[in-house]
Design a protein around this ligand. Structure first.
Ligand code: ARG
Length: 431
């Protein structure tokens, strides 16, 4: 019998395929985490007297073997088996007979799947954080390295005021501080043990939920069994918001690089190994990597909405709808990491163009400096503004290239140490 719940009745093949959905593929990823949860459950059952020490040890030994098969990439969900929870229990029954049949006392696949999802997500978030840290350091290094290299600052896509590559790279580093705060909040929400809530209404057995919390290294537990069930979806949504925030940073950065790399701007040269060519135009060095990061990260920003719409009209308690969350949530955790990794690699090879602002097309960048010069000579700001406005209308405005050096006073102040301290402060509460 391939279904834990099947009592002998036949199941329509189309219906079976439809309800199992993508679980055989996605649950292979969750399986090692289900093993960790199942081991904690078996150990706890022995502690509260529902299993003998030897029964619990036999279960743990088999679960270790299943874990090893997951690590080797050999764990499979057999055709017709619904999910990893069913597959693992069936393997235990195959190997241990009645002892295998005892592990499900006091639990349900509903709390099993949330437990596995939370353990998986904790690991994923910590890996995301490691990569965010690498990108943060890289952006800060680039910021310092390019602190004196000037670039145009834009508003409305029109040249506005002088800026620097140091300021621009530093802005993205500081954006990661806020993204990290969101990831930290997501981690706090994820790091709570739902196991023992069973189908959502607990168990009449005296389960020791504190013990499984300790065994699985969760910081705390979801106390109320109905809330523990409700945390499925709420956790994914919190993580989706954090991932979307980070994705927003990466997609904006990619759009900047793609724009500034084009010949009309010419601010960056890309490392050739991170460009692609054209089948017809021999000169092409296209920024496809940044374009794909942009598209993937734009898509990731729809994740909170997708999670919200799936969850929107569900009453308390388990619904099969929740299974569908996994279809976009699990792959998204990999996508954001791929985007971080490729952004790091491509950013290392980004070369900044020197002396950009010498070009006369950037004369207008210095109008505010001209106003400020008059202010320094004693003119009220509003009068100075009018004077420069007139100079521009009459065509007698002259951009002083010297001004930019005094201007470096403000745009040269990168606040690198302050930004680093803010980042480390958030990080220290996560690791
Ligand atoms: N594959 C299912 C899911 O992801 C596991 C839980 C099944 N529970 C149930 N009551 N049908 O939601």
């Amino acid at each position: 019998m391939k279904k834990l719940w099947n009592k002998g009745e036949s199941i329509d093949a189309l219906f079976e395929r439809f309800t199992i959905g993508k679980d055989p593929e996605l649950d292979v990823i969750l399986a090692p985490y289900d093993v960790i949860g199942s081991k904690a459950h078996a150990q706890m059952l022995a502690k509260v007297g529902l299993l003998s020490a030897s029964e619990s040890a036999q279960l743990c030994e088999q679960l270790d073997l299943i874990y090893a098969s997951c690590q080797k990439g050999e764990f499979l969900i057999e055709p017709g088996v619904e999910d990893c929870h069913s597959q693992i229990e069936m393997l235990l029954i195959e190997q241990l007979g009645d002892v295998g049949k005892k592990i499900h006392s006091g639990r349900s696949r509903n709390d099993q799947v949330i437990t596995a999802l939370k353990l998986f997500t904790k690991d994923q978030l910590l890996e995301v954080v490691d990569k965010v840290q690498v990108l943060f350091e890289l952006w800060l290094d680039k910021s310092e390295l390019n602190s004196k290299k000037l670039m145009p600052g834009y508003t409305h896509m029109q040249v506005a005021m002088p800026s620097s590559f140091g300021l621009w790279f530093g802005a993205y580093a500081e954006a990661l501080v806020d993204d990290l705060s969101m990831l930290r909040a997501a981690l706090d929400i994820t790091d709570q043990n739902p196991l023992g809530s069973a189908a959502g209404y607990g168990s009449s057995f005296e389960l020791d939920r504190g013990y499984t919390t300790e065994l699985m290294d969760f910081s705390s537990l979801n106390v109320n069994s109905i809330y523990a069930q409700m945390s499925r979806g709420k956790m994914e949504k919190a993580v989706a918001y954090a991932v979307a925030s980070l994705a927003g940073t990466l997609s904006k950065y990619s759009m900047d690089v793609c724009t500034y790399n084009g010949q009309d701007y010419g601010f960056f040269t890309l490392d050739k190994q991170y460009t692609t060519g054209s089948s017809i135009m021999p000169h092409k060095l296209n920024p496809d990597g940044f374009e794909l990061v942009r598209a993937k990260c734009n898509k990731l920003q729809s994740l909170p909405v997708e999670m919200t719409l799936i969850l929107n009209n569900l009453t308390t308690g388990y619904h099969r709808d929740l299974q569908v969350l996994k279809e976009s949530f699990i792959p998204a955790m990999q996508t954001i990491q791929d985007c971080l990794e490729v952004t790091i690699a491509m950013t290392k090879g980004l070369e900044v163009t020197d002396d950009l602002l010498e070009d006369s097309k950037y004369d207008l960048l210095f109008t505010v400096e001209r106003v400020n010069e008059l202010v320094m000579q004693g003119k009220p700001f509003r009068d100075a503004y009018q004077i420069v406005g007139k100079e521009l209308l009459e065509g007698i405005y002259e951009a002083s290239r010297d001004i930019k050096h005094s201007h470096l006073g403000s745009i040269g102040n990168l606040g690198t140490e302050q930004i680093r301290q803010s980042f480390e402060k958030v990080l220290s509460t996560m690791k």
